[in-house]
Every structure is written in C-alpha cells, then in structure tokens.
Design a binder for this molecule. Structure first.
Ligand code: ATP
Ligand code: MG
Length: 367
C-alpha cells in the first residue's frame, strides 16, 4: 500500500499544496508549528474520513476560508485509486473514491490504511482505559467496516441513553424507554465484543513477539481483553453475548438511574497489559511501559498486514526523537518493507539514520 501523491487545499495552514512521495521512506522536517503534523493529519483524514486530533471538521479548514479539499493517489491491492474529501461550511461532507461517492468513511479505509504513532502513544500503557479503547477502535474501524458501523451506532445509543438517565429525574416517563435502548445496546455491544476479542488475541501474539525482540528476550508481555463482567466468553456466540449483556444491565439498573450514568456495556472495555505476569500499568518502569507501547503500535501494523495482505502506511510523528538510540534502531529495523512518513525537527540528527526523500516544511509550504 502506497500513497503516491497528495493535494491539500485550505487544509489547516496549507493554502494549496501538492506533494509526491517516495514508495519507501519520507522524512518531513521543519521547525515547530510549520505544518508537519498537519500534513500527516491530512493522510489520516484520507484513510478514515476524519482527523484523529479533532472532533469537528471545522477546525481543519484554513482560517478565514469556507472549506477544504483533500485528494490522495493511492496504490493498494495492485490497483490505483484516487480519493477525495470535500468539506465546506453548511455543506454535507463529500467523499469519493475514483469519482464514485462513498457511502461511508470506511470506503476510504478500503483503499488506504494508516497507523499513526506520536509521542503521546508512548504513554498508552499508563493512561486510562479510554486511550487504549481509542487505539483498538482506530484500528478496527479501518479493518472492519461492520465494526465501524456498529461502533457509530453504539455511540449514538449510548449518548441517547445517557441523556435519558440525566433527564429522567424530572421526567419519570422516560424510564419506560430504557428497555428498548438496553436491548439495542446489547445487540450492538455484542458485535463490538466479538471483534475486540479477536483483535486483542492477534494483538497479544504480535505485541509479545515485538516486545520480546525489543527487550532482548528478557520480558514476557501478555495482553488480556477485559470486558463486561457477566460475559463468560467474549468469543462466545452472539445470542449468548446479548443475554449476558442484558443480565449486566439488569444488575446495574438502579445504580444507573441513581447515578444518572450509563454504567453497563462495552464502552468501559479495557485491555490489561502484563509484563512477566505483573500489571504493566501499576508496576512497570518508564522504559518498560514505553517498550510495551511501542510493541502495541508495531503489532497494530502487523495485524493490518495479516488482515489486508499488505502493510498500511506508517506515520511517525516526532516519535523517533523521543526514543533512545536502541529503540530508534529497533523501530527502524522493524519497518522493513512498507511506506513510512517520519516527521522531525530540523536539528534532529535523525537524518543520518534515514534513507529516503527529505521534504522541508516552512509555514505551510513543502519543498
Ligand atoms: P511541531 O514541530 O511543533 O509539532 P508542526 O510542524 O507539526 O510543529 P503543525 O501542528 O503541523 O506544526 O502546524 C501547526 C500550525 O498550523 C500552527 O501554527 C497553527 O496555528 C496552524 N494551524 C492549525 N490549524 C489551522 C487552521 N485551521 N488554519 C490555519 N492554520 C492552522
Ligand atoms: Mg507536530
């Protein structure tokens, strides 16, 4: 999978910019606040339909402009594709792939996959569960369109149920609508659990191998999927999962109504990472948690390759400069085949380590 060319129009601090890329390594360097991350963000948008940094598309529009446009030329599965995103104030977002209007954002992921890695990800292990769920969701949404659809539906139901729980003190009649929401949340929640259980199993295998390699075989990393307590087997069949989710909801009904919060469901899922049997979140050292986070991210890339048959493009935003030389070398050796985009500051001495095209970004212009 390769991004050959990109065009940005009124996107972030870019007025209009076209760039052609190398099929292997692309180093994007420049001083702070010049547009390096913005360029990677445009690539993420072209693979997921939205930014990983913002909740609204509005923020992506260049100041004082009416809208933005992105175009990417991609080679994947041995074919050429051109994807477009067109966003404007008061207009519906338009996405096309080879001129054909896309029905949903996952049509973009069917063409281009990205794994994004930035310094904050090095704290993935220490962070709260939400960060790890975002990591899993970002990957699964690209890989499994059915998951992406179920997640969007689940989030919609969750927001709605939360509003009901908030308002039902003043309007007790709303409580009668809860069973319907609970059933629909259990149905979609079971789909999420189905995919997450399988993803985490693959993640565990791939990340253990990466971690062992990076730590010189000294430590054993293990990852376990943690979901709703009543679920006896996350690999179990759909009907059983639904029944068990409903059971958990029933047990928490009064707690939900009195706390006015949605307490039951896979929106609280987590993965537990252990090193030699000890919780990494509680016991691992800084270096160990970094290595484990690195292993998770590299494993993500391997999973993409296993499922879609080719490497996704890897976006390393400032992450190499955050790593010590040993881990830098490890990451660079691991990349092997596949296309990679690496941002770094002008003064980094990384350049000597990297082979490939070098691009210089200054004030929203790439040279
Ligand atoms: P660093 O090395 O500090 O990470 P960077 O080169 O990655 O810097 P970016 O995050 O890509 O920097 O770009 C930041 C610049 O883009 C900021 O100066 C910011 O003001 C500008 N910017 C962000 N959003 C917009 C927008 N919607 N319109 C215009 N400029 C924007
Ligand atoms: Mg940046």
């Amino acid at each position: 999978m390769r991004l050959d060319h990109i065009m940005l129009e009124d996107f972030r601090n870019y007025a209009r910019q076209e760039v052609s890329f190398d099929p292997t390594c692309n180093v994007i360097c420049g001083e702070n606040a010049q547009g390096k991350t913005n360029l990677l963000e445009a690539m993420v948008c072209l693979s997921t339909g939205k930014s990983h940094r913002t909740r609204t598309d509005r923020e992506l529009i260049r100041f004082e402009q009416e809208g933005f446009r992105l175009e990417g030329s991609v080679c994947s599965r041995g074919r050429e594709f051109t994807s477009h995103i067109d966003v404007g104030f008061g207009k519906k977002k338009r996405i096309t792939v080879n001129q054909v209007p896309a029905r949903m954002a996952s049509d973009l992921s069917a063409v281009l996959n990205t794994v994004f890695f930035c310094p904050e990800d090095l704290h993935l292990i220490r962070e709260g569960a939400a960060a790890r769920r975002r990591f899993i969701d970002a990957s699964l949404c690209q890989l499994r369109p059915r998951y992406a659809a179920a997640l969007a539906e689940y989030q919609r139901l969750h927001e709605h149920k939360t509003r009901i729980l908030r308002d039902c003190a003043d309007r007790p009649d709303l409580i009668a609508t809860l069973p319907d929401f609970n059933l629909r949340m259990a149905e979609t929640g079971a789909i999420l659990i189905h995919y997450r259980a399988r993803f985490v199993r693959m993640l565990s295998d791939c990340a253990a191998a990466a971690h062992s390699e990076c730590s010189g075989g000294k430590e054993r990393l293990d990852i376990q999927y943690r979901t709703v307590k009543t679920v006896s087997d996350p690999f179990g069949d759909h009907r059983l999962l639904v029944i068990q989710l409903l059971e958990h909801q029933r047990e928490h009904h009064y707690a939900e109504v009195s706390s006015r919060q949605c307490l039951s469901g896979p929106h609280k899922d987590d993965i537990e990472v252990t090193l030699d049997g000890l919780s990494a979140r509680s016991y691992a050292s800084q270096g160990q948690t970094r290595t484990a986070a690195l292993a998770l991210k590299l494993a993500d890339r391997e999973i993409h390759r296993e499922i879609i048959g080719e490497y996704p493009i890897l976006l390393l935003d400032d992450v190499l400069s955050e790593l010590d030389p040993k881990r830098q070398e490890y990451v660079l050796n691991r990349i092997g085949s596949g296309q990679v985009f690496i941002t770094c500051c002008e003064e980094d001495r990384l350049h000597s380590l990297l082979k490939g095209n070098i691009y210089r970004v200054k004030n929203g212009v790439v040279r």
